[in-house]
Design a binder for this molecule. Sequence first.
Ligand code: DGJ
Length: 751
Amino acid sequence: MNIIFNEVTKEFHLSNKNISYIFKVLKNGQLGHLYFGKTIRHREDFSSLYYEDLIGCITCPVENDVKFSLDYTKQEFPTFGGTNFTEGAFEIFLPNGSYVTEFKYKSHVIYKGKNKINNGEIPSTYSNDDVTTLEVTLYDDLIKTEITLFYSVFENSSIVARRAKISSDFEEALNIEKLMSCSLDLDGINYELLELTGNWINERNVEKTNVIKGKHSIYSLRGISSHQFNPFFALGKGKIDEFNGDTYGFSLVYSGNFLADVEATEYQLTRVSMGINPFKFKVILNKGESFETPEVLIGYSPKGLNGLSQNYHNLFKANLMKSFDNFKLPPIVINNWEATYFDFNEEKLLKLATKAKEAGIETFVLDDGWFLNRNNDKTSLGDWEVDKSKLPNGLDGLCSKINDMGLNFGLWIEPEMISVESDLYRKHSDWVVSTPNRQVSHGRNQYVLDFTRKEVVQYIYESISKVLSSCNITYVKWDMNRAITESFSTNLENQGLFYHNYILGVYELYEKLTTKFPNIMFEGCASGGGRFDPAMLYYSPQIWTSDNTDAVERLKIQWGTSIVYPLRAISNHVSAVPNHQVLRNTPLVTRGNTAYFGAFGYELDLNETKEDIELVKKQVEFYKKHRELIIDGDFYRIVSPFDNDRNMCVWQVVSKDKKKSIVGAYKVLAKANDFKKNIKLVGLDNNLEYKIEGYERTFFGDELLNIGVPITKVFTGANGFVLSENKDEIENSGIFGIGDYSSQIFVLESI
Ligand code: DGJ
């Protein structure tokens, strides 16, 4: 891990054993980008990476120099106004209404470690003695303003963290209407772009498109990172492939409104920028003030998308998820939401808990509906006091009984919300986010609390702290069920900071609660996966992936989520059939086989359903036995549910020493006589000999990597099963291809 500055050529070379990132001070003092990719040897002069030519019809910033133009030059932090004709990474309005700036290289520092953003106001990756940071300061004389660009290189990663800060010493206020975290210019425009899109119960679908001239944006304007676009995208040279090719990733550590632009220019450059969404955003920067952006994690992999994903997974676990070590192994939960919805009482919950305990489940999570009069979603948000008509012995009484059974106790909260039908609203209707003299839109019958106001965050902190101190809670599910509308705060002079300050309020509450209750594991949630982003993972090691619990739908959702996020973060529950979101009947075995790849649990009434409790016990045992491997191992996506008409999905987790592995193989629809297909594995050691559970013979790594696991138990329609006899038993037999939605798990261990 090395950062070198060449005084003569004014070139910076950031590198480690995986990557090189090179840029330089241009002749007009701005920063020009030279290279980002696989490590290259250091040279005293990288001028061969710099390009200038006599190009027709360009404008030039340097007197008597007819070649140099920002129009076609790769840059680090471009801006509009001079010879650059894209929108650029920042926009500053001066008091006279002008917006032309001249930020020139002033100084730089290189140091070990990595500072927090605004003293921790915005979550970010941290150093474990494995980071070196470069800060480059650019200065505009006329407005006495600095822009500092931060670059952090991690020792064992192919990821560079980038962010920006602006500080003014100008007498008058400056209006900052855009300040992206980073901009990066990649050579060529022959890229495929991958984004994760969707909506409620349909999150993080993989969509790919060829980059063509012009601009493509992904963004959120909902106040949360959103179900619609995850704050991530990847670019693959040529085509994106899971295993091959130069692949770049961009992941923003932020949970509010964001924007990512990918723009292919006529000069054969692909310009990328990412950060806080500039739409409706404004910072009024007075003398002596500064503003810092969140960070973007820019990744590179020469080994396709899987390589990129593993980089993010490893970095998130080691340098982002601050409670990862504390809560490394996810507890197996039973959550009562789909089992009871709002209709429960203590007796019903205890019955559910008893059965869960019998199955070996470890934590009982009480979802929505436990507080004052909350019998449907129309009331009570904001009143965080237990409803004694449902729970006469209080939370404490219920929790003690659950604990006495040997189960831990978890609780649902939705701290950012308020219902009109609540004591809090009767006292503080002014705390609702709304625009004066305008209607206020509702969402799920509820309203958003103004978290830009310190006193609101403090009040909620105190009331939630009271609940969390009231009994032995080890797990909190923090929900957030609507987008923000009519944004405005009476507390803010500058409404351009509303969305940003809102999310800072959320971070503040997370920081306070996780600090006060270090032994409680927080699970993030926003109507399922509406706020599944790296900043949330800083506080909560897992996030409820989606309100869609159907095993088939989950193949896609979990696949898409795994492109950025580690399995530790992906919270999955086995639920009842017919499934509540799509009314599909899938075998219990497949529901388990899908949910294993993440933080595993159940969300159904084990007393009421026809589920085979013996099979549930086996699943729980399986997860307990293998969860360490699932969490610590390298995850590989092999056969995509997006690419083959949804009929197959295969993924695999391999221990770091390659001695153990688990493969999940799923066949969505049965196909007649779809005989004998080997499943080629990945990530194993060529020379190790593996035993696969259920197989007599052993296999060498090279056989499994090049030929695959032979599927021996395939239903061909002619092998003697009488389907009418016991359909459930047959469906759950684990025979691949029998009936719709079959699946198989392979457990490998080297001998
Ligand atoms: C939305 C969440 O995603 C669900 O899991 C559940 O907690 C409900 N909210 C409760 O209102």
